[in-house]
Design a protein around this ligand. Structure first.
Ligand SMILES: [Zn+2]
Length: 90
């Protein structure tokens, strides 16, 4: 396996974050995609960064659960009201 020190690897790794975030032009995207496909070292780096990014974005959504919490509390109250009303009707 070729070592990851050529200019292609350097370029691919430099643009890795932009590539994952899709913040680069499509010409560079296909260039890096082609390199990642043929270079296992850069593919490993790419997979690692994607996993890290996925974990980060997941923990970010866990940090801000307020709207969800209010939604859950609201539906609990709604159910409670329905139970109270159906009991009154009996
Ligand atoms: Zn490479």
């Amino acid at each position: 396996m070729s070592p990851c020190d050529g200019p292609d690897c350097e370029k691919a790794l430099q643009n890795l974050y932009a590539f994952i975030d899709e913040e680069i032009d499509s010409a560079t995207v296909s260039e890096i995609q082609a390199h990642i496909d043929s270079c296992s070292h850069c593919l490993t780096e790419y997979d690692l960064e994607r996993v890290v990014k996925a974990l980060v974005s997941r923990s970010c959504s866990e940090v801000a659960p307020q709207p969800l919490r209010e939604k859950v509390l609201y539906s609990i109250r709604t159910v409670e009201v329905q139970i109270t009303q159906s009991r009154r009707q009996q």
